[in-house]
Design a protein around this ligand. Structure first.
Ligand code: ZN
Length: 496
């Protein structure tokens, strides 16, 4: 028996509970993300005290005969799925349709932003998203660590999803906002910086350690862009040399050239060098923390893959041969791609299609995604960059994937099991026993994203038929359970 199997067996054994502790859920159909199938008439037994699944199997006559019991939840009119996972949110941002990123970071206090984050957490859970990964507080300091405390444990203070967070994220000097209109040669405005600034290997290592010490589940790097002069050389990862005119939707180092030289203003320029990236990734990995990188061009992505980054955020590059980049990501199956289609799509909607930069960004990312589909790429997780658009509308990413031609079963997998394979703590990657020598397991230790014995009892029930109308069905979340606790039933919110 492998260590992983031993742990799984122990988990199941520990979840064996008395009859009063269990509740039975009768599912009309149940989605299995491993088999990519909807299984008919399944019964799921859940332990209320541990918040884990005890058994899953075909519904027996005995199950249906005892319907009078309070312990039985009859959801035979619904399709039950593992709770959805959004692998890229920002709880400390709200829709750019309400306020720009600059205004949010410079005009909304930390208190306001934190209160908003609690509302976002609730909306997210009620939309059926039982786990999220928050990739940076965007100037809200370390508030995510405190928010996680309030969302976690056997009696969470407020309703919200299982919450993995990346603390402040790491950027280099000069590259990130907010930028002062008065003090040009200064990072941030009135002491507010959008992420932690680090330059050089030593500072990068220090920032990584500091954020992990603060309690981060993940490290997020704004890896940004490569040097223009590197585009014509062959990368170490065998990406073909490109004749490139790249664009990036953000982090234009010389954005202050707007109006003087728009071409320079919009040009992608380097953030971190390879040794800095290596310092951050190696340091995080040595402390069992995984690393997500915002990266928008081929050479940066190639370097990150070589260095063993764990997830690529966005990954949209305007290149003549996008299939070679996708092949590279596809081949590194331990690195997950989070395409964040939704944020690009939303920016187009927000501008009414009149912003050429937004239009181009959407064109690029949708093309990249189509290439990924054509290649059969599967190391994908759903994450919308939710926060740039309204929280609670997280399913937009899934809808766009289907609109762009993805099989809906695959999309459901990427939004459930794919989320687990992306977000799971590093110990799971190497089958280490994360049981910690018999210590109790906490919220972020449990497996989620599939309904199997020993896994988290995080599940949603939807009404409708995915095959006939994917979008309406994914929007009709009637039932939400997280860790064995019901938060929504018959479409009505409980535990408000
Ligand atoms: Zn983001």
């Amino acid at each position: 028996m492998t260590q992983l199997q031993t742990f799984q067996a122990n988990s199941v054994a520990k979840t064996t509970s008395s009859a009063t502790d269990t509740q039975k859920i009768l599912a009309g159909r149940l989605f299995d993300p491993y088999k990519l199938q909807l299984l008919p008439s399944q019964t799921i037994t859940v332990s209320k005290s541990t918040g884990l699944i005890l058994t899953v199997g075909s519904t027996s006559e005995n199950d249906t005969r005892t319907l009078v019991s309070d312990e039985i939840i009859d959801l035979r009119h619904l399709t039950i799925l593992p709770g959805f996972v959004d692998a890229h949110v920002h709880f400390f941002l709200h829709s750019y349709g309400e306020a720009s990123w600059d205004d949010q970071t410079t005009k909304e206090s930390l208190v306001e932003r934190t209160i908003r984050a609690t509302v976002h957490a609730r909306k997210t859970l009620m939309a059926g998203f039982t786990t999220v990964r928050d990739l940076g507080t965007e100037g809200a300091e370390d508030a995510d660590i405190s928010l996680r405390k309030c969302l976690s444990g056997p009696s969470p203070l407020i309703p919200g999803p299982r919450y993995f967070c990346a603390n402040r994220a790491i950027v280099c000097t000069g590259s990130y906002g907010p930028k002062s209109s008065l003090h040009k040669n200064q990072d941030g405005v009135e002491g507010i910086v959008g992420a932690e600034i680090a330059d050089g290997v030593d500072e990068c290592i220090r920032a990584t350690r500091r954020q992990i010490g603060a309690g981060a589940d993940w490290i997020k790097i704004y890896a940004g862009e490569s040097r223009l002069d590197t585009y014509t050389r062959t990368s170490a990862c065998s990406v073909k040399p490109y004749e490139l005119t790249l664009t990036s939707p953000d982090y234009r180092f010389r954005s202050r050239m707007d109006g003087i030289s728009p071409g320079i203003s919009g040009a992608p320029l380097p953030t971190f060098g390879e040794s800095e990236l290596q310092g951050m990734i190696n340091t995080a990995h040595s402390l069992s923390i995984k690393v997500a990188a915002h990266a928008c061009n081929a050479n940066t992505i190639a370097t990150l893959l070589k260095l063993g980054v764990d997830s690529i955020e966005h990954g949209s590059a305007l290149i003549p041969h996008p299939e070679s980049l996708m092949r590279l990501i596809c081949a590194t199956s331990s690195t997950i791609w989070v395409p964040t289609l939704a944020v690009s799509y939303y920016q187009v909607q927000l501008s009414g299609g009149k912003d050429p930069r937004a239009n181009q960004a959407w064109k690029i990312v949708s093309e990249m995604f189509r290439h990924a589909l054509a290649m059969g790429m599967d190391n994908i997780a759903c994450g919308g960059d939710t926060g740039a658009f309204p929280h609670g509308e997280n399913a937009l990413e899934m809808k766009l994937m289907v609109r762009l031609g993805a099989d809906w079963r695959k999309v459901l997998k990427w939004a459930t099991l794919g989320g687990w394979e992306c977000i799971r703590p590093m110990g799971w990657e190497t089958s280490h026993d994360i049981n910690g020598g018999g210590m109790p397991l906490g919220d972020n230790d449990h497996r989620f994203g599939c309904l199997r014995p020993g896994w988290a009892a995080d599940l949603v029930g939807v009404k409708g038929d995915f095959e006939k109308d994917f979008e309406a069905t994914v929007d009709t979340v009637h039932f939400v359970m997280k860790a064995g606790r019901i938060y929504k039933k018959d479409g009505k919110i409980l535990h408000d």
